[in-house]
Write a protein that binds this ligand. Structure first.
Ligand SMILES: [Zn+2]
Length: 447
């Protein structure tokens, strides 16, 4: 025990030193400063607990086992603090391009979230959501009841570092934002309350499998819990996909297709995600409900590919996946309803896209960032600034329709090069759109 205590005391001192070094670098963003304050406080709490435990080791040898547990817990919490400190090392060059960050902030704010989050490049080709505020709160609470100055909805999103300078593939980040929205509103709890008979249904499915001779030594209660956990994870995924479809429209679906084009289609379920075919089917259903179906049919190749993926057979998995697969359709209507209610004020509409699409596609084909379109209002013609979400959708539309009109302006560029030029134009357009909207807000305030 004294040896263990020595190691943990050293670990505590090293963490304090590491945080001090990060402090000297003075993180520029508010989110990073909040995270640093939180980690500093957590580290101090842990060090205090370890010092208290260290004094007790000498005074009372009877409580050694309890102390040991406490010290081990503090040690693993310090490891977590260390892990998060690594984030500060490359914070500036591992984050996504600014307009994408602005868009995510805007979407978060539009549906009343406005929660802080950090974006972080990942060397693997993956997108992920890590609810670090929630996890750290739990950790801090289990050690000490002292208040922690960080939002429980402080989350970290990762995106593939290979796509750092791009906007179109990173539309997949809106799915990750969807996860944050699900957690911040406890949508899983709300959905389960809407269908309280779900766990009974899982019981029935498992019992009938047991009766049919499948593993007769069934421990139903344990297995019901495992299957419920998988079902809840899948509900999280479904809600994040539906929120993505609401906030971004077709761009969300295209980004999903692009992503699985890179990593391959999942025909197998996993404990976190249902298979790709199910997710695609669901997104196509959302597209129909939200009025996007005819728009999607204007890009026939992507449309056919989406249908193909949606119809891929699901490979049968273990009892947890089979039970969750049978239960998902029961809860699906409630999930559609919840996503609709949550995104009501920010759902992107097909008519907004249709009103500027052709002009914007034409601007792109001339190498011009598609920011403004000419509209007639009350007999007068004037320029209207396009919203960032419209710009992204037009970008995807251009890509999925094989760059209409580009042969004249860019005859020598390969498809990959055209993709890069397209993304540069989209970034520029989003930047200008954000500037113009800030300008017009400032002007309205002045009047
Ligand atoms: Zn997800």
């Amino acid at each position: 025990m004294p040896e263990l205590m020595g190691i943990v005391l050293e670990q505590g001192a090293a963490t304090r030193q590491l945080l001090h070094e990060i402090e000297i670098q003075r993180p520029t963003s508010r989110y990073n400063r909040d995270l640093l304050v939180f980690l500093g406080n957590l580290c101090e709490i842990l060090n205090k607990e370890i010092a208290k435990a260290s004094a007790q080791v000498v005074a009372d040898s009877a409580s050694q086992a309890a102390l040991r547990r406490l010290v081990i817990m503090c040690s693993s919490a310090l490891c977590e603090v260390h892990r998060l400190c690594q984030y500060f090392d490359h914070t500036d060059n591992l984050s996504v391009c600014v307009p994408m960050m602005q868009l995510l902030n805007k979407l978060g704010k539009d549906i009343g979230q406005g929660k802080p989050f950090i974006l972080r490049g990942d060397f693997e080709y993956t997108y992920s959501y890590y609810p670090l505020g929630r996890d750290l709160h739990r950790l801090a609470k289990s050690i000490s009841s002292e208040a922690v100055p960080i939002s429980e909805h402080f989350a970290c999103f990762a995106f593939p570092i290979a796509k750092k300078g791009y906007t179109l593939p990173n539309c997949a980040l809106v799915h990750e934002l969807g996860h944050l929205i699900v957690d911040a509103n406890d949508l899983i709890g709300v959905a389960v309350n809407k269908k309280p008979d779900l766990s009974g249904k899982i019981d029935d499915i498992l019992k009938s499998r047991a009766a049919a001779g499948d593993q007769l030594d069934f421990d139903i209660i344990k297995r019901t819990n495992q299957a419920s956990r998988v079902l809840e994870n899948w509900m999280h995924e479904v809600l994040a996909d539906l929120i993505g479809m609401h906030l971004l429209g077709p761009a969300h679906l295209f980004a999903f297709m692009h992503f699985i084009g890179h990593i391959g289609v999942y025909q197998r379920d996993d404990p976190e995600h249902p298979c790709s075919a199910y997710r695609m089917k669901l997104m196509l259903k959302a597209a129909r409900v939200l009025g996007w179906e005819s728009t999607l049919q204007e890009t026939p190749m992507a449309w056919q590919e989406a249908q193909r993926i949606a119809q891929l057979p699901r490979e049968s998995g273990d009892f947890r996946f089979d039970a969750a697969d049978q239960c998902l359709p029961i809860i699906e209507p409630a999930l559609f309803e919840l996503a609709g209610e949550t995104c009501r004020s920010a759902t992107y509409k097909p008519k907004v896209f249709a009103s500027g699409k052709d002009q914007m596609l034409s601007l792109l084909s001339h190498g011009i960032p598609p920011v403004e379109v000419l509209v007639s209002r009350q007999g007068k013609r004037k320029f209207r600034v396009s919203a960032p979400v419209t710009i992204l959708n037009v970008g995807w539309f251009c890509y999925e329709s094989s760059f209409p009109g580009w042969d004249q302006k860019f005859p020598k560029l390969t498809t990959i090069e055209r993709g890069q030029v397209l993304d540069r134009l989209i970034i520029k357009a989003m930047e200008i759109s954000f500037v113009k909207s800030a300008e017009s807000k400032a002007r309205t305030r002045r009047h």
